[in-house]
Design a protein around this ligand. Sequence first.
Ligand code: TPP
Ligand code: MG
Length: 369
Amino acid sequence: MIQPFTSDPLRWVAEDGQPIRELPARFTPDVLRGLHRDMVRAREFDRKLVTLLRQGRTTFYAQSRGMEATQVGLARSIQVGHDWVWPYYRDHALGLTMGVPLLDLVSQCLGTNSDPSRGRQMPHHFGAERQNFVSISSSIASQVPPAAGNALAQKYLGVGEITVCTFGDGATSEGDWHAGVNMAAVNGAPCLFVCENNQWAISTPLRAQTASETVHVKARAYGMPGYLVDGNDIVAVMEVMSSVAEEVRQGNGPALVECLTYRVGSHSNADADAEKNYRTREEVALWTGRDPIARVEGLLEHLGHPVSAEERADLIAATHREVDEAVRQAEASGQPDWRIMFEDVYADLPVHLREQAAFLRAEQTGGQA
Ligand SMILES: Cc1ncc(C[n+]2csc(CCOP(=O)(O)OP(=O)(O)O)c2C)c(N)n1
Ligand SMILES: [Mg+2]
């Protein structure tokens, strides 16, 4: 059992990679190397997508650099394809590690024919049917009430699944967040709420977001356990998530886990100057030094299984090749036809959409509708 409502974040591995509690037996060097690989892959995917953005090949991207332990640790703690995930827009490391094909992610960002949603979603707002990864919505906290409803359905059906609902720290002051969390708690719905607390909501710091000392204490008001975990320690994230997910699965009602982490990069491409405008270089440097990947490397070194510079370079190069190949395939699949905008929602198009389709058809054919 994990202790809820601690004042300090639960932690297994110190920043320099030294274990500060007994390392659970399941974290063998091979397992840790696998987690390290997942995190490096997520980070390099991030880096390549930022490059594609700067090249103008996609138009929106929200980095998760620095938050890899939280998202990879969560992905490795749930039953993929069985449980349901209601994510938010910074969750590509979560999706990627859950097995969403990298080609699908790249295609979604590029909006090509190889995109399963065929360009009909804002870039970087993917969904994945096989992984039960619900399409991402930009509206902050709008996923929380439907996630509670999803969990309630799972409870009624008695299928042993849980719902995982992720969000940022900023989402916790939206009305939808409170409505959804309350609904899940009062009905004992099997929902694991995960706050990826990166301490900023664009330029709003946490202390201007809430007067609560932490996010996880809010769970107490709704009658559910709340946990505070070091979100840059993947061992801690997995120990807490897997134990709490099991409690939720056993029918003990929902729980809230707050992962304390940091967004090292800018909020999105609409926020290029995070350091200059609202954060100090010192703060960013402090958290860059608390890197989750370096921590696992430190742990592996401590265990006598260091990751060599060559191995690390190979992992990085492998992801770059993987993304380059996905971009090639995505671009080769071509741009979707404009007509698909009007498909797959209505059996019979309502009149205003028929008018819009006619207007576009006339535009496309130079007035020869
Ligand atoms: C309902 C709503 N209000 C405002 C916005 C504009 N907006 C986009 S991201 C964001 C900050 C969210 O911060 P947080 O929940 O902490 O997530 P983070 O981006 O830090 O991962 C805001 C205010 C929005 N998308 N939706
Ligand atoms: Mg935030």
